[in-house]
Design a protein around this ligand. Structure first.
Ligand SMILES: [Zn+2]
Length: 292
């Protein structure tokens, strides 16, 4: 699933290869990916324009478009792209070259262009920008509501983070996944951040100590940096151990598994203990993994 590093790779691809190419056709026939726009609406609005800037906050990309005459300045609507659970952006050149950014995948992108294309822009030079999305949970829409998102996980300041991560009484993992609070962290990054910070995913936000908050902030920054450098959220240290029988890479203790924040979660029961007195406030975790 694309998280901040994967989505940033898609944004960078668009910024580097898809700007200032005049749009001569749009395939928006997939009315589900394009909802609430009916098929044909995006085509009507975007044809003749060009993309002039590519932005991202969290997992949402939005592209500025030119006036209808295709000029270099902005002036058109913004085109929002969300990669969903399996989205990938491919940009093809006039010479047939294909470059990609987004979800990690195991299919051939060139073959996937026909099979998994959910939305595409065709440029005057013959190249295209295509959203490939096997699971079809991506989304393309005009003028997305960026204001509904919290600050980007890569940009959030220590003071903002402290406020956002400690408010209320939900499991800290659920808070990390809440895009309206901090935008960009998905399931793998959240498990890695909590493990690096030695904080239980089930710890309640309001009970976090200042030391835990500091560790979480530092882990957020270092995990994002490392994932971006290594090529995605799947490169984290604990990720390969997220399976029955997997052990903590630091101390070799078998990881435990449970559902936290509605998502499959793995953690080290020795180093990521709940603070004293909190054990009874949370639903018990499944210890199935320990028996494996
Ligand atoms: Zn451990």
């Amino acid at each position: 699933m694309p998280e901040l590093p994967e989505v940033e790779s898609a944004r960078r691809l668009i910024a580097g290869q898809a700007l200032h190419r005049r749009i001569v056709d749009v395939d928006d026939s997939d009315g589900y990916v394009g909802r609430p726009h009916p098929p044909g609406e995006l085509r009507g609005v975007l044809t003749g324009r060009s993309l002039v800037a590519a932005h991202r906050r969290g997992k949402t990309i939005w592209l500025e478009t030119s006036a209808a005459d295709g000029s270099a300045a902005a002036g058109g609507p913004e085109l929002g792209i969300h990669l969903g659970m399996s989205g990938l952006i491919a940009v093809t050149g006039p010479d047939g070259s294909v470059a990609e950014g987004g979800d990690r995948h195991r299919y051939d992108v060139r073959a996937g262009l026909g099979k998994w294309s959910r939305f595409s822009l065709t440029f005057a030079d013959g190249g295209r920008l295509v959203l490939l999305d096997p699971r079809r949970l991506g989304r393309v829409r005009l003028n997305p509501d960026i204001g509904a998102l919290g600050p980007d996980a890569g940009q959030v300041t220590p003071a903002q983070f402290r406020t956002l991560i400690t408010k209320g009484a939900v499991a800290v993992k659920a808070r990390l996944l809440d895009q309206s609070k901090i935008a960009g962290v998905g399931n793998l990054l959240a498990d890695e951040i909590l493990w690096q910070a030695r904080v239980s995913p089930r710890a309640r936000t309001g009970s976090l100590s200042p030391a835990q908050v500091s560790r979480l902030y530092r882990a957020l920054k270092s995990v994002l940096e490392s994932a971006s450098a290594k090529g995605g959220a799947h490169t984290g240290d604990i990720i390969a151990a997220r399976h029955p029988g997997g052990t903590c890479p630091r101390d070799g203790v078998p990881l435990v598994h449970g559902t936290v924040g509605g998502r499959s979660t793995w953690w080290c029961p020795r180093e990521q203990k709940l603070p004293p007195g909190q054990q009874d406030l949370q639903a018990p975790a499944s210890y199935a993994a320990r028996a494996a």
